[in-house]
Design a protein around this ligand. Structure first.
Ligand code: P53
Length: 476
């Protein structure tokens, strides 16, 4: 009973939200560098406002983030003190290939991650590495139109081969695209895509063509990972959290089910190796012409993922009659408010049971091991007179979610490989660009405008999580 002995407890960050050092050691510019704070951020994230370079009058928090590039040793030591078994982090594509279409990688970038992985190894921490956490080289965005272009598959394949070869023996758990389903929505942030100038049907075609390219690239990554080192395990990564029907009106039920399928489309292909019939019907009915090249079907079929990973923050509500209900800000989508659930300061509704629901549903769908690779509470923390943060709200949030995950294991029979809490050290928020929206066990002295010493301080939740790991989730 309880969590498996080798359960991978840990935390997660992403390069663009953690590293900073955006122009150091030959790194090239990436789409995620260009997301400003402030009211235009959302338009840039969605590709409604184009941003090809830094513009005056904006603040770009990823430029320096929390300077993890220079401070990773101190941070990994703190993770080790908490007893992390795993650390989920991402490689910045433009550190390895600054433009993206080079044949030879940038040695300084490769060396940096080798140092990071060796630092993890020192403490027995298993890295869980995201190959693309929303980042696309800006050069590829401008020259090739990003993922709409088939050539991206070759560039990405080269990038994957390079990192699998170089880090063989240091890394065995890989995720290819972070929250791959987000690329249909937050298309610039998630895939470097601009489609807003296009007429609606064409915009849809381009997005699905780009999705196909990412799915082919994912299959190639799985293939290479297994060929280069049979020890490698590769997961898909889905923005999780289903839609609950707002009412028992069958129209609300079918609406919610269909909405969930838009997300499951990606993991269906990655886990089962073929396009689901509902998506082929959609293409047919709506006249969306997605071009498959020779060999794509076989490639997808033969190279499915080893495990299913997902982020989980909230559930959403599906209804055909949204006016009947109250709205909430949700994450980046506004949504109907669930009257049974409390909300975070940022309006994300808190639903621990929804994590169990998601685990059951994903396991029933795929029968592959699951990995919860993001979950956490974004909150504004206020240090007391001694600089200490008593984040009982975060402890409560996590305890409740971990309890539900335990039920999924103990009662529902779902195999869960691990749990990496999002933003284990405070980093820049992806959705809002703020520092104020903090997730960490470790406080970082930096504000929304980029002021602060960057000093790291343990919060109350630091010792709490350490105890959770020590007792393998038995004392929450
Ligand atoms: P923040 C929403 C918006 C942007 C990214 O989000 C998101 C989501 C949730 O689905 O996904 C993940 O920082 C993402 C992380 C991100 C985290 O959610 O807006 O993989 O990069 O930081 C939390 O509070």
């Amino acid at each position: 009973m309880g969590f498996p002995k080798k359960f991978l407890w840990g935390g997660a960050t992403a390069a663009n939200q953690y590293e900073g050092a955006y122009n150091v050691d030959g790194r090239g510019l990436a789409n995620v560098d260009l997301l400003p704070t402030g009211e235009d951020r959302r338009a840039v994230v969605f590709g409604e406002k184009k941003m090809f370079n830094f513009e005056d009058g904006y603040f770009y928090p990823a430029q320096n983030a929390i300077d993890g590039y220079h401070r990773y040793k101190e941070d990994i030591a703190l993770f080790a003190e908490m007893g992390f078994k795993t650390y989920r982090m991402s490689i910045s594509w433009t550190r390895i290939f600054p433009k993206g279409d080079e044949t030879e990688p940038n040695e300084k970038g490769l060396q940096y991650y080798e140092d990071v992985f060796k630092e993890c190894q020192k403490y027995g921490i298993e890295p869980l590495v995201t190959i693309s956490h929303f980042d696309t080289p800006m050069y590829l965005v401008e020259k090739y139109g990003s993922w709409r272009n088939r050539k991206m598959v070759d560039f990405f394949e080269n990038y994957c081969r390079t990192v699998f070869t170089r880090y063989k023996g240091l890394v065995k758990y890989w995720l290819v695209f972070n929250e791959i389903n987000m690329m249909l929505h937050a298309s610039f942030m998630a895939a470097g895509l601009y489609v807003e100038d296009l007429e609606e049907k064409e915009a849809k075609r381009v997005k699905f063509q780009a999705a196909h390219h990412e799915l082919v690239a994912n299959a190639l990554a799985v293939k290479l990972a297994h060929e280069i080192d049979p020890e490698n395990q590769v997961g898909c990564m889905l923005a999780g959290g289903k839609h609950y029907p707002y009412s028992c009106d069958p129209e609300d039920v079918i609406f919610s089910l269909l909405r969930d399928r838009e997300d499951y489309f990606f993991s269906d292909v990655q886990a089962r190796g073929e396009y689901p019939t509902y998506m082929l019907k959609k293409f047919e009915n709506e006249g969306i012409d997605v071009r498959f090249e020779e060999g794509d079907t076989e490639l997808l079929k033969e190279n499915t993922v080893d495990f299913i990973s997902f982020s989980y923050y909230l559930t959403r509500i599906g209804t055909v009659n949204p006016k009947a209900a109250e709205e909430t800000t949700g994450n980046i989508f506004n949504s109907v408010k669930n009257p049974y659930l409390p909300s975070s300061e940022w309006g994300w509704q808190i639903d621990p049971v929804g994590l169990r629901v998601t685990l059951i549903e994903l396991y029933d769908r795929y029968q592959k091991p699951l990995f919860v690779v993001e979950n956490g509470l974004g909150a504004s923390d206020t240090p007391d007179e001694n600089g200490y943060i008593e984040d009982d709200y975060r402890i409560e949030y996590m305890a409740n979610h971990i309890k539900e995950m335990k039920k999924a294991i103990d009662i529902d029979g779902v195999p869960v490989m691990g749990y990496t809490m999002w933003g284990c050290i405070d980093i820049v928020s992806a959705g809002s660009g703020e520092m104020k929206k903090r997730y960490g066990f470790i406080y970082v002295d930096r504000d929304n405008e980029g002021n602060g010493t960057l000093q790291r301080t343990k919060k109350k939740s630091f010792d709490w999580y350490k105890h959770v790991i020590e007792t393998n989730g038995e004392e929450l």
